[in-house]
Write a protein that binds this ligand. Structure first.
Ligand code: G4P
Length: 524
């Protein structure tokens, strides 16, 4: 008999939705929760959507942070499965947050706008998934509008992403006449998502299939189904799990088509919690000992209390309320007295969480992004990435007396993942690094509001940052000595090289062949 730990892990599906803005991620999220039974009314997620698109509008982000904690993880139960949907920020300036969240999922749903196909951000996010071998289910959305031919969309996915496609359902009609989805292998039809059960038919010619369409569109639909069956690749579970093939579903999140098919696909095909790589060994989800890692931190919800919620993904065992966990980075023990679960937009104290679940752990600064928690064993999970910042700035205080306070505040912001912090080796003022300019606005606003530290940013002499290492200690020391005014340490004390531009980076790199310059660093 499998243990409870194994059974509970197996029924979890922890996933994220990747999409270019406007493809329909929010609408689909809302409908997954609706048909998954987690919320009563559609529109609840939508109403709280972070619609901040302009830099001047950053205050809204702040206002919505209270909500985003709750909507960062959405859990719903459907059939025998428990689904954990991890939300990712929509704005590309917060891309590093998205990448970290993707390190905590086992699979992803890629939403495409049926009229637009693969868009730039879809491509970028897909590449991150590929790097991590995250299997992807494709949902072609907005079939109720004028859209491309389904075969054309499949071709584009194959060509632009070098990813095999296997359509599982086929749209019954398009645009105004879109009437439902046809399951190619099962010969089953689902009209809208209000139909919990599908209708079994003998073939696409059936009244319940082609019969739903206007006379002049029936022939085209029947031909499409037959061609899809003959010409398209059949679904192959292994190939999907390895990230080489994507099953494709068609639908309309707005008009309630194809969402139930997608939930079934996640239940049927998407992997349960995967084994996670740690520095010393691989950790299986079915192991008895609890282990988890922190991939996101949301802090200062209440500025008077400097409280933080660390989002931890459970990787093995069971996380029980009140248990003592070992924080491997410090070796200290941490009592998990009030771990929290998230249901739609509510928080609830969690009694037990299993592999695949995400719990919020309130703390006062003891937890950082990338931290590993165990029941005593000494290993550190790999794979929560740190990306070299694209914008570097020095922080100038309006009140020079508050230097120490600023250092502390920047350190906390860096631990939270708002910015990266670099302390130059030559003793000059700290440098902050971000991926997107909006992050600087958030930093400035939060330093002011939460720490009473009004600051300005100054362009640093540098614009490129790389983590440096070398197998040859003498070369490494020589490089550090030579570049003392352009090297610094990050939050973990790891050395970085700061260059004025890409050209000078290449110039120095060519002259130091023993040195390795990295754009991505795993935390810790
Ligand atoms: P995002 O989170 O990926 O950015 O997309 P979101 O769900 O907000 O959807 C973007 C727009 O596309 C919204 O319209 C939404 O109503 C619409 N939409 C989403 N799914 C479908 C679909 O299946 N069919 C059609 N026809 N439209 C869809 P909007 O006008 O920008 O917003 P709103 O004013 O309707 O809220």
């Amino acid at each position: 008999m499998p243990s409870t730990i194994e059974t509970e892990a197996k029924r979890r599906r922890t996933f994220a939705i990747i999409a270019h803005p406007d493809a329909g991620k929010t609408t689909l999220t809302e409908k997954l929760l609706l048909f998954g039974g987690a919320i009563q009314l559609a529109g609840e997620v939508k109403a709280k959507k972070n619609r901040t698109h302009s830099r001047s509008d950053w205050m809204k982000i702040e206002r919505e942070r209270g909500i985003s904690v709750a909507t960062s993880v959405m859990t719903f139960e459907y059939g025998d499965n428990i689904f954990n949907l991890l939300d990712t920020p929509g704005h590309e300036d917060f891309a590093d947050d998205t990448y970290r969240t993707l390190s905590a999922v086992d699979s992803a749903v890629m939403v495409l706008d049926a009229a637009k196909g693969i868009e730039p951000r879809t491509l970028k996010l897909f590449e991150v998934c590929r790097l991590r071998d995250i299997p992807i289910i494709t949902f072609v959305n907005k079939m109720d509008r004028e859209s491309r031919d389904p075969f054309e969309i499949l071709d584009e996915v194959e060509e632009k992403l070098a990813l095999d496609t296997a359509p599982i359902t086929w749209p019954i009609g398009r645009a105004k006449s879109f009437a439902g989805t046809y399951h190619l292998a099962d010969n089953a039809v689902r009209g809208s998502d209000s139909e919990v059960e599908r209708t079994q038919v003998n073939g696409p010619e059936a009244d319940a299939a082609a019969g739903l369409l206007p006379e002049n569109e029936r022939e085209g639909f029947i031909e499409g189904v037959n061609l899809a069956r003959e010409a398209c690749r059949p679904f192959d579970q292994e190939s999907y799990l390895e990230g080489h093939l994507t099953p494709v579903y068609f639908g309309s999140a707005l008009k309630n088509f194809g969402v139930r098919d997608l939930i079934h696909a996640l239940a049927q095909f998407a992997p349960p919690p995967r084994a996670q790589e740690a520095d010393k060994r691989k950790v299986e989800a079915s192991e008895k000992g609890m282990s988890a890692f922190v991939f996101k931190i949301q802090a200062n919800m209440d500025p008077n209390h400097r409280d933080r919620i660390a989002f931890a993904r459970v990787c093995s065992g069971a996380l029980d309320r009140g248990m003592k966990a070992r924080l491997v980075r410090t070796g200290k023990s941490l009592t998990l007295s009030a771990p929290q679960f998230f249901f739609a937009h509510q928080r609830q104290t969690a009694d037990t969480a299993h592999a695949g679940d995400v719990v919020g752990i309130p703390n006062h600064g003891s937890l950082r992004i990338g931290d590993t928690l165990t029941e005593g064993e000494d290993f550190v999970f790999r794979g929560v990435p740190n990306f070299a910042p694209e914008i570097l700035r020095r922080v100038r205080l309006k009140d020079a007396m508050k230097g120490k306070k600023l250092t502390e505040a920047l350190q906390q912001m860096a631990e939270e993942g708002v910015v990266q912090l670099f302390i130059p080796d030559d003793g000059s003022p700290s440098i902050v690094g971000v991926i997107g300019a909006l992050q600087l606005d958030v930093l400035k606003a939060r330093l002011d509001a939460e720490y009473s530290l009004p600051v300005e940013f100054e362009t640093a002499r540098f614009s490129v940052c790389r983590w440096i290492s070398s197998e040859n200690k003498a070369s490494f020391d020589a490089f550090l000595n030579k570049h003392r005014s352009s090297t610094a340490k990050d939050l973990d004390g790891d050395p970085v090289f700061l260059a004025e531009n890409g050209f000078s980076l290449n110039y120095e790199a060519e002259r130091a062949p023993d040195m390795v310059f990295k754009t991505i660093k795993d935390y810790q």
